[in-house]
Design a protein around this ligand. Structure first.
Ligand SMILES: C[S@@+](CC[C@H](N)C(=O)[O-])C[C@H]1O[C@@H](n2cnc3c(N)ncnc32)[C@H](O)[C@@H]1O
Length: 428
């Protein structure tokens, strides 16, 4: 690829360059996606016929195709030299041992891969319009709705799970900001700029892919939105070029989407990425008071398994199994028998124990659902009358809470007769 050396200026000098413009990251500033598109073509990004970027509001863009794309065929090819990856940044900016040691000490050792991508965004931002990435940086979003962008008041309106996830995101950012102070590839002036660091963190968080150890951020391939149903996946060739390819036949007029992670935990997607995935078929049941033991994990404790289904109000088997296992805490022999039956796939024994304790489990679940619905009502009341101009993230938070509430109400409608029947069985 011809542009190879443009992207790697090594060794880098950190005296302020004679730049004429930094990127304005003000939330109201328009993104120049058109210029990025032209730049990508100049950098030899190749795209399938029909690949297009589109936007409804000028803030959020997504990819679609206006032509049929056959399964397995490439949608985008991004030259390896454009891709910002953990290993390429390490090679360019050095090992940053002091920053890495700090992250390891504060328990963010598993976030080092992304830290290097974050560092590269800071370094390129500092180059202003002298950066070869300028058109791409200038096309990126400024307005975020995720945990890092929320105000203290927003946090007050979050239900417990999303609050906990949001707090974790904030702690990660604080750790990155501290580690940034120890990096030797960014000027002191830039290190002190928390607004830019927050923006760079949000870009790295919402647009990188890969494993925890080796992350990558590929301009243009970072334009795919998330879907429960997906059309796109990625692979690298031996030269490090990235291919986005179609995982199925995609008819003209379809969105091109990838998966950012578990589609049944919309709260996680909300805290990290700042959007509500309404295509999510189910949501985690929010039973989180338990510190899971290995046996509970074996039984099925987990965000991705303990589900309430959005449309039907059905409850996944794992929720019932976990509730039963807990209800049997004072009867260790039966608890162990239930665990053994689960591990051996003995459905008949499991069903018999479930039947025997159906009043306990359905009542426990009803109590959980009622308590959670009450919490949502309290949160809703708190936000009444607030000015959305002052709290621009509030509508999305309320939408998230309402989405969860509707699912819980459907579950409650199914549970009412179930509890009544279990009571009838016991008192008959
Ligand atoms: C990798 S970027 C995708 C491109 C992005 N939409 C853009 O305009 O640059 C990830 C961000 O896109 C948005 N996003 C992704 N999937 C979405 C979805 N299903 N619904 C709404 N927003 C979504 C979120 O703001 C997320 O943080």
């Amino acid at each position: 690829f011809q542009v190879q050396e443009t992207f790697r200026s090594s060794p880098r000098t950190f005296s302020p360059s004679p730049l004429s413009a930094y990127i304005d990251i003000g939330e109201e500033v328009e993104r120049d996606v058109g210029a990025m598109d032209e730049w990508a073509t100049m950098c030899e990004v190749q795209r399938a016929e029909g690949f297009q970027l589109t936007t409804e509001d000028g803030y959020d863009y997504s990819a679609l195709t206006t032509a049929d794309i056959p399964e397995g065929s490439p949608i985008l090819c991004i030259p390896g030299n454009m891709i910002i990856s953990t290993s390429s940044v390490r090679a360019e900016l050095g090992g940053q041992e002091a920053a890495v040691d700090y992250l390891t000490r504060v328990g963010s050792g598993d976030k080092i891969g992304k830290f290097f991508v974050f560092l590269k965004i800071m370094a390129e931002y500092e180059q202003g319009d002298q950066s070869p990435y300028f058109p791409w940086l200038n096309s990126l979003p400024r307005l975020f709705f995720n945990a890092i962008a929320m105000t203290d008041f927003c946090y007050e309106c979050l239900p417990p799970l999303v609050f906990q996830l949001a707090r974790q995101e904030k702690v990660k950012f604080d750790n990155y900001f501290e580690a940034l102070q120890k990096a030797d590839c960014i000027s002191d002036q830039m290190k002190a700029n928390k607004a830019v660091a927050r923006w760079a963190y949000n870009i790295a968080t919402t647009r990188t892919q890969g494993t925890e150890e080796e992350k990558f951020l590929a301009p243009m391939a970072d334009m795919f939105n998330h879907g429960t149903e997906t059309e796109v996946d990625f692979s690298f060739d031996d030269d490090g070029n990235l291919y986005a390819y179609a995982t199925k036949n995609v008819p003209a007029g379809s969105p091109l989407r990838m998966s950012y992670g578990c589609p049944t935990n919309p709260s996680q997607l909300f805290a990290k990425y700042g959007f509500l995935d309404e295509t999510s078929p189910a949501t985690f049941c929010k039973i989180m008071t338990i510190t899971p033991t290995q046996q509970l994990l074996d039984i099925g404790y987990g965000f991705d398994k303990m589900l309430f289904y959005k449309d039907s109000g059905e409850v996944s088997e794992e929720v019932w199994d976990v509730l039963l296992y807990q209800a049997l805490a004072s009867n260790r022999d039966v608890q162990q028998a239930f665990y053994n039956a689960h591990m051996q796939g003995d459905a008949a024994t499991k069903a018999a124990i479930h039947q025997q304790y159906s009043l306990e489990t359905s009542t426990a679940l009803m109590k959980h659902v009622d308590t959670f619905l009450q919490q949502l009502d309290d949160l809703q009341a708190k936000s009444a009358g607030k000015d959305y101009n002052e709290h621009p993230r509030l509508p999305l938070i309320l939408k998230h809470n309402e989405f969860v509430r509707e699912t819980f109400l459907r579950v409650k409608a199914n549970l009412d007769p179930m509890v009544a029947q279990a009571q009838g069985n016991v008192y008959a």
